[in-house]
Design a protein around this ligand. Structure first.
Ligand code: COA
Length: 441
């Protein structure tokens, strides 16, 4: 088979690719650095002939016109597995809705709820055997390529060639478009003093030889920086980050003691700087697997000493964790937080950690609260919560009663809010009498 001529036969222009979309269809786009930017930008130009096209995305990286312009209403609707800054703004226009999900089931739940018609993704240019790499994301992409009636892949020469379950053959794409451009980057941010304090507490909870997962947000960056004294850490994560590259290059991450995929950093998508994209390119130490694999709690649990570290917006004294909304205002998503928090606790010697600053908005709001704000979405229920860390210490909640949980959380709340927390908790009758010896109440 001559794959070069097959490539040429499948090659169409970006407007022709958008022309394939029909009214009423369900279109799924690949995510983050694997977004097909050319086709997504083109979509708005087809609004006049299209009605009720539903587009599924996860953490859109750019303000695509098809859902950010009011005149697109009726033509397109964005179904969003994870909100970013743009989606929070656009929510008010009424053309986007969050899809509750545990990330390892995003693809399966879509199939369950009706499937898809069109898949738009990206891939590297094919090799001599007609094989391409799906590159920076396998969260649901591989699964939905198998499901779609029409698969169109946008070839970007800048995409890293990643290894694992990333291969897709030219025969699996119905059409190909070309669009080489720089990958979206998530800049690494210098951790604050508070984040470094949280990182130091967490470093004490991670034994040498542990396998770690780091979530999304500012705090996980700081945690990576507090792990340079560790030895033989492994990675089994949802998201590959720049911090992991630094730890690998410093010889801290070796994966030697991993009980599942030893010696490999395992994950399902990468979002970071060019340094990360260069690191994952053709790197035999980096294993991409589908989200339904990496984030399956039973698979995560096959790593001994698995420690998951994620961030939250609010934790109440029952241990209910909200990481995805500020009150009723939807903020981000569950992503893999519950998947990884559960999987880590099922792992021999494992631990699920939720890390958050004790206050926000210049110390005017406590993130430790008597009860979640009205409308808040629970990300980790009280039944599943394990360890919560702030810059004031560590609260071990797993297996503890509500009184013990409330007292442990008040101990790690900001000192200015501890008396208020005690008073509210007792007034509401959540716990009749709070005792936290040695803590100023
Ligand atoms: N009340 C009011 N506002 C709050 C708040 C609270 N309890 N907690 C945070 N905020 C505000 C912050 O002040 C900040 O606003 P600002 O930028 O105007 O100051 C904003 O909300 C974001 O908070 P921040 O803590 O900086 O967010 P982050 O970028 O570090 O992300 C999460 C934290 C929790 C949103 C993010 O980790 C997430 O979405 N997690 C869920 C998914 C997940 O963990 N997946 C894991 C696998 S990748």
């Amino acid at each position: 088979m001559n794959f070069k001529s097959m490539y040429q036969e499948k090659l169409i222009s970006i407007p022709e690719a958008a022309e394939m979309v029909q009214s009423g269809q369900r279109l799924v786009s690949a995510m983050c650095a694997s977004e097909p930017v050319g086709m997504l930008n083109e979509l708005e130009r087809h609004a006049e002939r299209l009605e009720d096209v539903h587009v599924w995305m996860c953490l859109p990286m750019r303000p695509y016109g098809f859902y950010t312009q009011p005149e697109m209403e009726g033509s397109f609707f964005l179904e969003n597995w994870f909100y970013g800054a743009m989606d929070r703004k656009m929510h008010k226009l009424g053309m986007v809705s969050y899809v509750p999900n545990n990330l390892h089931r995003a693809g399966s739940d879509r199939i369950h709820a009706g499937g898809i018609d069109v898949f738009w993704g990206t891939a590297t240019p094919p090799n001599d055997h007609g094989i391409m790499s799906l590159s920076t994301s396998l969260v649901y992409e591989r699964q939905l390529i198998d499901e779609a009636d029409i698969v169109i892949l946008e070839i970007n020469e800048n995409l890293p060639w990643t290894l694992g379950d990333t291969q897709v053959h030219i025969t699996e794409a119905d059409y190909i478009v070309e669009n080489t451009q720089p990958l979206v980057e998530l800049p690494a941010i210098e951790p604050t003093e508070v984040e470094n304090a949280i990182g130091a507490y967490i470093a004490d909870l991670i034994a040498d030889g542990s396998t770690i997962q780091l979530g999304i947000g500012g705090i996980p960056n700081a945690i990576a920086q507090s792990l340079f004294e560790k030895r033989d850490l492994g990675v089994h994560t949802e998201m590959f980050t720049d911090g992991m590259v630094d730890l690998f290059e410093a010889g801290v991450i070796t994966g030697r003691e991993k009980t599942l995929w030893p010696n490999k950093l395992v994950g399902t998508f990468a979002l970071g700087t060019q340094k990360l994209y260069e690191f994952i390119h053709n790197n035999i130490a980096v294993e991409f697997q589908q989200g339904k694999v990496t984030n399956d709690p039973y698979i995560i649990a096959q790593n001994n000493k698995m420690v998951s570290i994620n961030t939250a917006l609010q934790v109440d004294v029952l241990g209910q964790v909200c990481s995805q909304s500020i009150g009723a205002r939807h903020f981000s998503g569950t992503g893999g937080q519950l998947d990884t928090h559960r999987g880590a606790q099922m792992s021999p010697g494992g631990r699920g950690i939720i890390a958050l600053r004790s206050t926000v908005k210049n110390d005017t709001i406590s993130t430790i609260v008597p009860h979640l704000s009205p409308g808040a979405e629970v990300t980790v229920p009280s039944q599943d919560v394990d360890t919560v860390v702030t810059e004031y210490g560590v609260a071990e909640l797993r297996g503890r009663n509500v009184k013990e949980r409330a007292e442990a959380l008040i101990r790690i709340a900001h000192p200015d809010f501890r008396a208020w927390l005690k008073e509210e908790v007792e007034k509401l009758g959540i716990v009749m009498k709070i005792q936290a010896p040695g803590v100023d109440l």
